[in-house]
Every structure is written in structure tokens, then in C-alpha cells.
Design a protein around this ligand. Structure first.
Ligand code: BES
Ligand code: MN
Ligand code: ZN
Length: 494
């Protein structure tokens, strides 16, 4: 991972690659002015060289010039008065550049960081773009490591200091989520997840950490979490991590689905769609890491994160399709499909969150494959019992460049779940693939009081990137959701 810092010096050391940005125009690529102007001679040299190449300056297009110790050109697309440079475009371009600098010692990012917001976008992009996960590679295979040193050129170090530090705090949390998601289920199960939280949050007066183990969960009536976890030799956990800030006026509850591996249970998944299911604890990782960033940013808001952790396995002790479980809130669920386990653990966790009387509950979950059918593999679905709350989350998602889209929870999604035996079933009695993302939301909706604003974010599509890298996301965990939650907390704090 690169050591990233700000610099106000355009001097390039030997072995250092210069990264410059281009706009796309009718007259060919246009070299964009960096925060500190480069020498006219350098600019001329770059412009002469780029002419000979097939480079237009399209968004995230890159090309390498072998001038001096190397110049990496990255496109930022069309820019005009009516079409100003978007921060997401800059973030992605910085990321694509950083990713392509694998094995390089140092790079000077001379991108258009004329504002502190732009500096932050470049810093986040560099950090996330250069991310790699090498934890389980033996030493000899680690020589293709990412860029070692990233220097971001700005005009004024002092003015940019705060937004740069903010970028680092946020990027750290996003990368932590990626690490948690990418860690294989052989190493990441409810107990080790809880140990990570215990170890990585140093005790301080603003924090309270409670971890319920399987015995406590049973004793206190968390029947749904117990039911999902009972097929595994790795018992479930429920984490409650509370951050309290003096003078805070808003209490935000964040609830995360934490299935450390989802085989489907007795309703076993086909092998082809099983190996990516180590990502099924992404929601839990995201709420914990969003809280960390909010704490590190010292935001004036109370945040409580709940991580509902279990491993969904088939075994002699696993729950059966048609079993009935009693949730923490007292409602009963008929488990018609053991693969719809996320909503089960969330039912308990939402009821528990409700007890703390938060002003807003947001849950994040890799809940349904249907979300991907509806929205494609890069966009999360936002659903809510209050349009206003949903729109607030949507606005924060747009501001941070995280792709999310609002969806409704139609009435018919709920009636599908009527059960002949219990209060509600976890799936429809007759298999019905239509609108599965909303059915999931309709189920969760039953476990929150209608007076409490609640937002459900189905992150199943974007949480894990199985395809080629795009923007600041490489292969594997993306850490989606952290930046939206932190942005929302910033809006709600004060
Ligand atoms: N964890 C899965 C959903 C998922 C699918 C996440 C693809 C990430 C990528 C979830 O527990 C699940 O199995 N959902 C079922 C629900 C169905 C049984 C109603 C699904 O989507 O098939
Ligand atoms: Mn499942
Ligand atoms: Zn699942």
C-alpha cells in the first residue's frame, strides 16, 4: 500500500513517475493545469509526445510516456462550463492511475487539485486504487506490490491538510472493509470477526463494545441468529458497538448482515454461485468501519453499530426448511428457505437496534441475488419505510459517487410472505423470483416500528467485484457503503 502525502513541490526525483490529467476536446487531448503549474518546457514535451499516440483523454483512459522517469497520462473526459469536472471522475482517474503503477517506487500526482474537495477525491482515489490484498500470498509472490510512495501535488499544504486527513481516515475504513471481506472464511468467522473488533478499537470513553456469544444469544432470545448459526461449528455472535459524542443531537443505528460464509444451508446453493459468499459479511464490516471513520473524524453524533454474525452451513444440526424460530422481538418466522438467512439474522438485530430508540436505522446487507437482476452488478438498492429518509441516503450516495438507486417496497411484496404456521415466512411459499429485492425489504420492514425511520441498503451487487477492475475497485471486496454512511453522518452531526 502506498504511503500517501501532500507536497507543494513539483520537483520530480529520479525513479518518480509524473501523473498528469487530460480533458477530452474536439482538438484532441488537453493537458490540464495542475495545482502548481509545471514548467512550460515539460508541458510542451508532454503535448508533443501525446500527439503521436492514440490517446483522446476519455474518462479513465491511460497512457504511459517514456519521457524522463516516466509520465502517466490519465483522461478526465469532456470538461466545459456546463459540464464541470465531477469529483467521481477525478477519484476514478486517480485510482486507475495508481493501480497501473504497480511495482513503481514513487509517483507525483499533478492532477487538477485546485480545491480541497478535489484534493480529497485524488487522495481517496489513490488510496483505494492502489489497494491490493496479499495477506495470503507467500513472500516470494509479493514482488508485484503496489506503488510505494504517492505524492499529491497541491498549492497550499496548510489549506489542504484537513481534507487530506479526512480522506485518509475514510480510505482506511474502506480498505479495512475490503480486507475483512477478502479474508477467507477459513480465517473469518463470527468469533474472529469479533476479535478483530475487540483488538482494533482501543478502549476510550466514547466507546462501548458488547459481544454476545451463542450462550448469551440463546438466553436473551435471539432465536433467528441462533437458527442460522446452529448448523456450523463456528457459533454466531452479535456485536453492539456504540460511539457517543458529547452534545450529539442525533442517534444513528447501523445494522449489518454478517454471514461469514453463506452455503445456503440445507437449501444449499449450487457450487457455481457459492465461492464468492465470503462477501456475505460485507454489511457487518461496513457498519463497523463506518463507525470507526465517524469516530476518527470526531463527528458530533451518536452512532451504534450492530453486526449480526453467523455462518450458514448445512449439517445434522442445521435448521430445516419449515422450521419456526422466535425472534428477539417476539415475532415468529417460518424458515421456508434456509438460504434467505440474511433477513433472519437482521430480524433479531433490527429488533435489538430498535430497543435503543435511535432516530434513524440503516441496515446494510448483501441480501439478494435479485438486487443484481434489478440493478446490475455495480449498484446497491435503497429501500425505506420513509421516502424522506431514503432520499437522504440517496443524496449522500450521489455526493460520494457510490452507485445506489432508490426502490419502492410495494404492498404485494409483503403479502407473498404470509405464513400458514408462523407470523411471517422468510420467503414466499411458492417460489417466485419476481422483485426479490423488494420482498427482502418487505420482510425486514416487519421488524422495525413504523414510526422509526429505517433505510435498507441491499449491497449484494456492488459489495464484491468478480469482474475486471473499475474505477477505484479492484477484484474482490469494494467497501461500498462506508463513504455514503460517513457523508450522511457528517450531514446529521453538529
Ligand atoms: N447472500 C445471498 C445473496 C447474495 C447473492 C449476495 C449474490 C451476494 C451475491 C443471500 O443470502 C441469498 O442467498 N439470497 C437468496 C434469497 C432467496 C432464497 C429468496 C437469493 O438471492 O437467491
Ligand atoms: Mn443465502
Ligand atoms: Zn446470504
Amino acid at each position: 500500500m502506498p504511503i500517501t502525502r501532500l507536497t507543494d513541490s513539483k520537483n520530480i526525483s529520479t525513479d518518480e513517475v509524473l501523473v498528469v490529467g487530460f480533458a477530452q476536446s474536439d482538438n484532441g487531448p488537453e493537458l490540464l493545469e495542475a495545482a502548481v503549474a509545471l514548467e512550460a518546457a515539460t508541458k510542451t514535451e508532454i503535448n508533443e509526445a501525446i500527439k503521436l499516440l492514440n490517446f483522446a483523454g476519455k474518462k479513465s483512459e491511460i497512457t504511459f510516456l517514456t519521457i524522463k522517469s516516466g509520465i502517466l497520462c490519465v483522461g478526465l473526459g469532456k470538461i466545459s462550463k456546463t459540464q464541470p469536472l465531477e469529483m467521481e471522475t477525478l477519484r476514478r482517474a486517480a485510482a486507475v492511475a495508481a493501480r497501473s503503477l504497480v511495482g513503481k517506487k514513487s509517483a507525483l500526482f499533478a492532477l487538477p487539485t485546485q480545491t480541497t474537495v478535489a484534493t480529497q477525491a485524488v487522495a481517496v482515489g489513490v488510496e483505494l486504487g492502489a489497494y491490493t490484498f496479499t495477506e495470503f500470498k507467500t513472500k516470494n509472490e509479493k514482488n508485484n506490490e503496489s506503488l510505494k510512495q504517492a505524492n499529491i501535488l497541491v498549492q497550499d499544504l496548510f489549506i489542504n491538510k484537513a481534507s487530506f486527513e479526512e480522506a485518509q481516515i475514510i480510505a482506511e475504513s474502506v480498505k479495512n472493509v475490503r480486507n475483512l471481506v477478502n479474508t477467507p472464511p477459513s480465517h473469518m468467522y463470527p468469533e474472529t470477526f469479533a476479535n478483530y473488533v475487540k483488538k482494533s478499537f482501543k478502549k476510550n470513553s466514547k466507546l462501548t463494545l458488547e459481544v454476545l456469544d451463542e450462550r448469551a444469544l440463546k438466553r436473551q432470545g435471539y432465536g433467528a441468529i441462533i437458527g442460522v448459526g446452529q448448523g456450523s461449528i463456528n457459533p454466531p455472535r452479535l456485536i453492539r458497538l456504540a460511539y457517543k459524542s458529547r452534545g450529539a443531537k442525533f442517534h444513528l443505528a447501523l445494522v449489518g448482515k454478517g454471514i461469514t460464509f453463506d452455503t445456503g444451508g440445507i437449501s444449499l446453493k449450487p457450487p457455481a454461485s457459492m465461492h464468492t459468499m465470503k462477501c456475505d459479511m460485507a454489511g457487518a464490516a461496513t457498519v463497523i468501519e463506518a463507525l470507526r471513520a465517524i469516530m476518527n473524524l470526531d463527528l458530533k453524533i451518536n452512532v451504534t453499530a450492530y453486526a449480526a454474525l453467523a455462518e450458514n452451513m448445512p449439517s445434522a444440526s442445521a435448521q430445516r426448511p419449515s422450521d419456526v424460530v422466535t425472534t428477539y422481538g417476539g415475532k415468529t418466522i417460518e424458515v421456508l428457505n434456509t438460504d434467505a438467512e440474511g433477513r433472519l439474522v437482521l430480524a433479531d438485530a433490527l429488533a435489538r437496534a430498535q430497543e435503543d430508540k435511535p432516530d434513524l436505522i440503516i441496515d446494510l446487507a448483501t441480501l439478494t441475488g435479485a438486487a443484481t437482476v434489478a440493478l446490475g452488478s455495480r449498484t446497491a438498492g435503497i429501500m425505506s419505510n420513509k421516502d424522506e429518509a431514503r432520499d437522504q441516503v440517496f443524496a449522500s450516495a450521489k455526493e460520494t459517487g457510490e452507485s445506489m438507486w432508490p426502490m419502492q417496497i410495494p404492498e404485494e411484496s409483503r403479502t407473498i410472505l404470509d405464513s400458514k404456521t408462523a407470523d411471517i415466512a422468510n420467503v414466499g411459499f411458492t417460489p417466485n423470483p419476481a422483485g426479490g429485492m423488494m420482498v427482502g425489504a418487505a420482510f425486514l420492514n416487519e421488524f422495525v416500528d413504523e414510526k422509526t425511520p429505517w433505510v435498507h441498503i441491499d449491497i449484494a451487487p456492488p459489495a464484491f467485484n468478480e469482474g475486471a477492475p473499475y474505477g477505484y475497485n479492484g477484484f474482490g471486496g469494494t467497501g461500498v457503503g462506508v463513504r455514503t454512511l460517513v457523508h450522511l453522518a457528517q450531514k446529521l452531526s453538529g
